[in-house]
Design a protein around this ligand. Structure first.
Ligand code: IMP
Ligand code: MG
Length: 181
């Protein structure tokens, strides 16, 4: 089977970087001043972060709680500028330290809206970890505390990232050919 586009990040490159991120996150939250007594709750945004979330949290301390939220902002290859699904998101986050995990930071609309929601639900601290970051279309300033890879502004697929729900299951990340848009 020939795969669309060309390889940007191999499965091994991704694996090594996820290991590094897990080490940095663990070290950060292990510092007693950053995580007094409550544990860490990781909120993964579905479906894009599915593989990244799983690979990451398996390397975090065993007390880590894991939640998933389903939100969407993309149709085809572009952002709609709106985030759907936020109204349904509930839960008791009072006093909790929350780490939001997503596949990619692009316009920033998704993560800024999700951060607002997590704050409304009472979280004590909120940090963000993304596997990929594209800066060109940033419309909202969102601080990502941990970023796997800064990449150029092109459409990528694989390792959870999809094009209309296809290609999520690829083990590597590939750039789709712009001429075929
Ligand atoms: P933002 O709200 O524009 O920052 O977009 C974030 C969301 O858009 C991510 O969670 C992805 O689901 C989706 N997205 C952004 N860029 C890409 C891409 O290159 N490939 C696949 N999905 C993308
Ligand atoms: Mg997403």
């Amino acid at each position: 089977m020939s795969l669309p586009g060309k390889r940007l990040l191999s499965a091994t490159t991704i694996k090594n970087r996820v290991e590094e991120l897990a080490g940095e996150i663990t070290a950060h939250y292990n510092a007693p001043s950053n995580l007094p007594s409550a544990g860490l709750t990781v909120v993964g945004l579905m479906n894009g972060s599915i593989f990244f979330l799983v690979d990451l949290v398996r390397q975090l301390p065993p007390q880590t709680a894991v939640e998933t939220w389903r939100v969407a902002s993309y149709e085809g290859r572009s952002s709609t500028g709106k985030v759907s699904g936020l109204d349904h998101l509930t839960g008791d986050y009072k006093g909790k330290h929350v780490l939001i995990v997503d596949d990619i930071l692009d316009t920033g609309v998704t993560l800024s809206e999700v951060k607002i929601r997590v704050k409304e639900l009472g979280a004590k601290s909120i940090k963000v970890c993304v596997l990929l970051s594209k800066k060109k279309k940033r419309a909202r300033q969102v601080k990502a505390h941990w970023v796997g890879f800064d990449i150029e502004d092109s459409f990528v697929i694989g390792y959870g990232l999809d094009l209309n729900d296809a290609y999520r299951t690829l083990a590597e990340i590939r750039v789709l050919d712009d001429s075929k848009q």
